[in-house]
Design a protein around this ligand. Structure first.
Ligand code: PSU
Ligand code: MN
Length: 305
């Protein structure tokens, strides 16, 4: 399918969309900048298999050679997981990367944009960006939050990491009119742990309830997405003390080294992983799998409406 000269939709994704079947978008920053090789590529491939097993077609999104690709081949996933020349691509970066024929790994914001262009309504990831701790000085607020306000794509995630200020992230989402729901929880999950202590607006216990809420929002002409927070399964949860200690140390180091802008999130993710001796990576992978199962069920329900 070639509805826009900058976009290439993989055949199986295009066929599913044309037939009104369920498609699940997946991001690529998590592959190129969120996890180390080879776990990143293994995870990306396993997530695609979970989506297929659940009855939907996976569409991992990235920019390769200046084309926005919706649905990737296995060798393209491998490339994203190993190459050094893959830029982190958020909303502001898309025009530049595409115009110059470069490679980019799409963030939540950029993946939402690409998914929406192709007509994909459901997107599964690990965690969203948000309002960073100390944002009152740094002004560091992820472009993901504005995107959630504007672009009609639901994001299934394991909540927000405490590298972020979770309370301020929720306030910002409220201001921007973004619904935040919990899947079988009334709290926003804190990524590595099930509990953040921050209550959220709605609890949905089935994929059908989420799909009905999304469809109704869009039927009312309300643009934007929804955050569906799906807690990490208990057996893969981290000890809150261990993870909080690692996050605090990583934040102090980022501050001392003057890390800023788009480098902040990848730096913090990488340090937390090193400081927890790889445990955080295992939790991260398992929560993505869990999100893929729930997100696929939501996409299937939405396609049936
Ligand atoms: N949170 C994670 N893992 C990630 C990211 C966030 O737990 O890989 C990535 C996502 O792609 C997200 C991006 O969209 O980081 C946010 O970056 P920034 O804060 O620079 O907007
Ligand atoms: Mn930022």
């Amino acid at each position: 399918m070639d509805f826009n000269k900058h976009i290439r939709v993989k055949d199986d994704v295009a066929d599913a969309l044309a037939a009104g079947k369920a498609v699940v978008a997946l991001e690529s920053t998590i592959i190129s900048h969120g996890m180390p090789y080879p776990k990143n590529v293994e995870t990306a491939k396993t997530v695609e298999r979970i989506v297929r097993d659940g009855g939907a077609v996976p569409a991992t999104i990235a920019i390769l050679g200046g084309k926005i690709k919706i649905g990737l081949e296995p060798d393209e996933l491998e490339y994203l997981g190993t190459a050094e020349d893959v830029l982190k691509a958020s909303r502001r970066d898309l025009g530049h990367i595409v115009a110059n024929g470069l490679n980019g790994a799409t963030t939540v914001a950029a993946t939402m944009i690409a998914a929406n262009l192709a007509g994909i309504r459901v997107f599964v990831t690990g965690g969203i960006g948000g309002v960073h701790r100390g944002a009152e000085n740094s002004f560091d607020i992820s472009a993901d939050l504005q995107e959630l306000s504007n672009t009609d794509v639901a994001v299934i995630c394991a909540g927000a990491k405490s590298i972020l200020d979770i309370g301020l992230t929720l306030e910002y989402l409220e201001t921007m009119g973004v619904p935040v729901a919990g899947f079988r929880t009334n709290e926003l999950p804190a990524f590595y742990t099930r509990h953040s202590g921050f209550n959220i607006d709605y609890q949905y216990d089935t994929a059908a309830e989420v799909a009905a809420s999304l469809q109704t929002k869009w039927d009312l002409g309300l643009h934007g997405g929804m955050v569906i927070g799906n807690p990490i399964p208990e057996q893969f949860e981290m000890d809150p003390k261990v993870i909080d200690g690692a996050i605090n140390q990583a934040l102090n180091e980022a501050d001392a080294r003057g890390i800023k802008g788009k480098e902040t999130t990848p730096f913090l993710l990488d340090r937390v992983k090193q400081l927890t001796g790889g445990d955080s990576l295992e939790s991260n992978i398992e929560l993505v799998y869990n999100n893929a199962r729930v997100g696929t069920a939501i996409a299937v329900e939405l396609a049936n409406l």
